[in-house]
Design a protein around this ligand. Structure first.
Ligand code: TXA
Ligand code: MG
Length: 329
């Protein structure tokens, strides 16, 4: 039995809020990707998220709030640089990692002394969190390691069968996940590239440190090298590189222009005008469609690594990393 998919009417929001308060699971839209939400202060409800996603327990969740007062309930201290980032980017696609208070269950933070918090700008997400009156823990609503959903049509059927309600808010505006920063009194470190570009962060707080950590031990536990992966192997092309067409069913993910060669089985173009924001918003949707086209391999063109282009390349490289023999760099 699949969970019902409902449009975000007042009744739907009220029902979803009730489900969350009672320890159930609700899939809801945010401006980045769809989230799989549960009551963040209810450890049993949060445990269900891990089961449904098949997510390793070492990978902590983001807690979503709907007013800044909730932040003080969750976090011990908020450094000055964090306050400035929050002031500029909330509500919106920025997640801030800060020292947690004891009220946040260990399962949410995977035992870390910090908690990741975000105030989403999507009106449906805001209405839901407000109506529930509780902070909502929510990872992206995809099975662990797979592409994040940016439309309800992308939801995995197995996941759909295990949640209580799905709210359809149409396609997500940004299409890539939030940018995650770890902030101390001294430094701002980007843990995950995302919908707020590095340049925009630096305009507010000066130079930031970029994602580090070894491939096996990333600073953000969920940032594994292989992630955001379609089932079909992905290969990221070098600039100007032409993919081989060798009798296989080959798909092509173009940045601006479809390739002239007609022998590709499926082609998706991210943004004909070369707009990185549009490209990011369409990235997972294009990958989902290519993944459903029964291809042997997907070749992806690189995009310029500035602004949102960095988050796009990060997702493409992870989609390609450690795939079935084809590693894109
Ligand atoms: O845009 C988004 O952020 C979406 C929407 C639903 O809000 N959520 C999302 O959640 O992308 P998820 O679970 O797919 O990714 C959360 C990331 C993981 O990589 C996790 O390791 C990191 O946040 N994270 C969470 N808490 C952390 C902490 N205390 N320290 C470091 N990283 C943390
Ligand atoms: Mg995710």
């Amino acid at each position: 039995m699949y969970a019902p998919i409902r449009l975000p009417t007042e009744e739907t929001i009220a029902e979803a809020a009730r489900i969350l308060r009672d320890g159930g699971l609700v899939v809801f839209p945010t401006e980045t990707v769809y989230g799989l939400g549960a009551h963040a202060l209810d450890a049993r409800a949060v445990a269900r998220i891990f089961e449904v996603k098949n997510r390793p327990r070492f990978d902590p969740l983001i807690v979503h709030i709907a007013d800044p007062a909730m932040l003080e309930r969750l976090c011990e201290t908020v450094p000055e640089a964090a306050r400035r980032l929050i002031e500029r980017f909330w509500p919106g696609p920025l997640t801030v990692v800060l020292p947690k208070r004891p009220v946040v269950p260990d399962i949410v933070t995977a035992g870390l002394p910090t908690v990741a918090v975000r105030w989403p700008s999507h009106p449906v997400a805001q209405a839901l969190i407000r109506a529930a009156g509780i902070p909502v823990a929510a990872p992206s609503a995809n099975p662990f390691g797979r592409l994040s959903p940016t439309r309800v049509e992308h939801l995995d059927p197995v996941l759909r069968a295990q949640v209580d309600l799905i709210i359809d808010g149409g396609p997500c505006e940004f299409g890539v996940e939030s940018t995650i920063v770890y902030v101390t009194e001294e430094t701002v470190t980007v843990l995950r590239l995302g919908a707020v570009p590095v340049e925009a962060l630096e305009a507010v707080v000066g130079p930031v440190a970029l994602p580090t950590g070894s491939r096996d031990r990333p600073m953000s536990p969920g940032q594994l090298p292989r992630h955001y992966a379609p089932h079909t192997p992905v290969y990221v092309l070098r600039p100007g590189e032409v993919p081989p067409l060798s009798g296989r069913r080959v798909g092509y993910l173009a940045f601006r222009h479809a390739p002239a060669d007609p022998s590709f089985q499926a082609v998706e173009v991210l943004s004909p005008t070369g707009d990185l924001r549009e490209a990011a918003a369409r990235l997972f949707d294009c990958l989902h469609r290519l993944d459903e086209a029964g291809l042997d391999v997907i070749y992806a063109e690189p995009v310029p690594e500035v602004g949102l282009g960095r988050a796009i390349m990060d997702r493409l490289r992870r989609a390609a990393s450690g795939g079935n023999g084809e590693v894109g760099r």
